[in-house]
Design a protein around this ligand. Structure first.
Ligand SMILES: [Zn+2]
Length: 344
């Protein structure tokens, strides 16, 4: 029990066993034995050192078994680091544990998502229909922008968090622990990039939760394509796209759509192509124009970043009063993570 918590704390700090060993002035063998559960009752002084080295309060190590946690899905660059994968997963698992603890005290919104079970490959058409259904479950009109996708997901019972650790090669992560057993899905936004990119990440992860939780394993490339199609369809519905993206389709047209719908110019161009509103050649030409203006990295038209609020309420309810470090201590969280998540 303590062993898996030591591993979680270490991975949350992006440390290897030997890095933790040297930070805590212990041997690597000791860390490895502890994590494997072969030393199940470590001395208090040992845990103190590990707590100091990882900035976790000692109380964290005594909270009992951790919840089961699925592998989950990452949205990251191909070269994304596996240390960051582990860090994101460790922090997410800890958040799921805290949320589970809160369910007996708080009335969290019921889960309003129903994953697709169909085993067949999904057509673009089926994804469009699913996105429309999701929009109406969110109470959004068929041509309207989604003003705050993080809040919409929270109202549908999903935990959305913005993880504090800056990782340029990652955008997001999602997992649905204990699916079918009252487990609550989680979406973590990692990068802290532009508002439009974060919104797309939340929509993309929603796509994974709906499309890849209950269906048989999908080829990872197909899964990415499906999640991207879903994200585009959720943020700019087909009806809205057909109204707003009319010939002659220039960057100016796409910029107007971005300003209204909070989705990047590049993603809107892709959306237009997916819907057959532009040809492959036109799509290629628009993307070349974006590159020539260096907009692939830094687009014009700023979209406000979103802040999830549900997790802050949960933490506030569980942590009581006092300073940040007292509150973090009560929850068993690194003060740094606590303040990043608790800020509403
Ligand atoms: Zn993905």
């Amino acid at each position: 029990m303590i062993g898996e918590r030591i591993r979680l704390a270490r991975e949350a700090c992006r440390m290897t066993q030997s890095e933790l060993a040297s930070a805590a002035e212990l041997s690597q063998a000791a860390i490895s034995e502890l994590e494997a559960g072969r030393l199940s009752d470590p001395a208090e002084a040992t845990l103190d050192r590990i707590a100091k080295a990882t900035s976790f309060p000692v109380s964290f190590f005594y909270h009992g078994p951790l919840p089961d946690f699925p592998e989950g899905r990452y949205r990251r660059l191909q070269r994304g680091s596996s240390k960051v994968d582990k860090q994101v997963r460790a922090l997410s698992r800890q958040i799921v544990e805290v949320v589970e603890r809160s369910e007996t005290q708080l009335r969290l919104p019921p889960i309003a998502l129903d994953p697709v079970r169909d085993a067949n490959p999904l057509t673009g058409e089926a994804i469009e229909v699913l996105a429309d259904r999701t929009r109406s479950a969110f109470g959004i009109g068929d041509r309207d922008p989604i003003p705050n996708i993080s809040r919409a997901a929270e109202r549908a019972g999903i935990i959305v968090v913005r993880l504090p650790n800056y990782a340029l090669d990652h955008d997001g992560f999602s997992a649905w622990p204990d699916y079918g057993l009252d487990g609550r899905p989680l979406i973590a936004v990692v990068g802290g990039k532009s508002g439009d990119r974060d919104r797309f990440t939340v929509a993309h992860e929603l796509g994974h939760l709906l499309l890849h939780t209950a269906r048989a394993a999908t080829d990872p490339k197909d899964a990415e394509r499906e999640a991207n199609r879903f994200a585009g369809a959720l943020l700019v519905s087909r009806a809205a796209a057909k109204d707003a993206i009319r010939a002659p389709i220039t960057l100016r047209v796409l910029m107007n759509v971005k300003a209204r719908y909070g989705m990047s110019i590049a993603a809107i161009a892709r959306r237009a192509y997916d819907l057959g509103l532009i040809t492959r050649d036109q799509y290629g030409s628009l993307m070349r124009q974006l590159s020539a203006r260096k907009w692939r990295h830094m687009e014009p038209i700023e979209v406000e970043p979103e802040r999830p609020v549900l997790i802050g309420k949960i933490l506030a309810a569980l942590s009581g009063s006092g300073s940040t470090s007292e509150r973090a201590e009560r929850i068993g969280m690194q003060p740094f993570t606590y303040s990043a998540l608790a800020t509403v």
